[in-house]
Design a protein around this ligand. Structure first.
Ligand code: BEZ
Length: 212
């Protein structure tokens, strides 16, 4: 089954460095970011896991629970965590799933055989509190992801869920946004955007971020 934006994130139960977890139950009413790693004791993954640990406070602020996985077993993860903590100067403060039986990798289609038969690619799934997949990112093993970009993506998803706006190129929290083209009613525009908006083109209307 291929997963699309809007699909329900497949539920699973799997061992992790925080015990055996049922994903949907563990998420509760939080958002989730689930990200895969090709292999334990690899250089790029080590830096990614350290960076994510340092940003956990930022994910917490946004009501997001982060979790990683690779297809290596739990005892390997435990040994690797010691290395990550030492080399990246941080505490690994979120679970890493031990997906040795590929329960998660198969459900989320994280193994791309044309890239590698056995290892997961660098997948990221953003899941909302209704358990819907809201974003999917896929990188090759050779390229580390940008976790600031994942935070930026979540900021955009959370803002655009609650206001009739979209976020333009390179937007970051606090920057101007664009009004969705479907919103045309002058009274609603005035009520939603009391700071006003600039009509660059009829389809391109720019306004200050409404929740600021
Ligand atoms: C890494 O995390 O450094 C890595 C993993 C698999 C292939 C290449 C690099």
């Amino acid at each position: 089954m291929s997963l699309h934006l809007g699909s329900i994130a497949p539920d699973f139960e799997q061992d992790s460095t925080h015990g055996r977890l049922s994903y949907h139950t563990w998420l509760g009413s939080s958002w989730g970011v689930l990200f895969s790693h090709p292999k334990d004791f690899t250089p790029v993954c080590t830096t990614e896991l350290g960076a994510a640990a340092k940003l956990k406070g930022e994910f917490d602020k946004r009501n997001v629970k982060i979790a990683a996985l690779s297809v290596d077993p739990l005892d390997s993860h435990e040994k690797w965590i010691a290395d990550i903590e030492e080399t990246q100067s941080t505490k690994l403060n979120y679970p890493i799933f031990a997906d040795a039986d590929r329960t998660i990798s198969n459900k989320y289609d994280m193994i791309h055989p044309e890239a590698n038969d056995t290892l997961t690619v660098r997948s990221v799934f953003v899941v909302d509190p209704n358990k819907k997949i809201r974003a999917i990112i896929t990188y090759p093993a050779s390229t580390g992801r940008n976790f600031d970009e994942i935070l930026r993506l979540i900021d955009s998803l959370q803002l655009t869920d609650s206001h009739k706006v979209a976020t333009p190129v390179n937007w970051k929290d606090g920057d101007d946004v664009v009004i969705v083209p479907a919103l045309q009613d002058p009274a609603e525009l005035a009520q939603r955007f009391p700071k006003g908006y600039k009509v660059v083109r009829p389809y391109l209307r720019v306004t200050p971020q409404p929740n600021r």
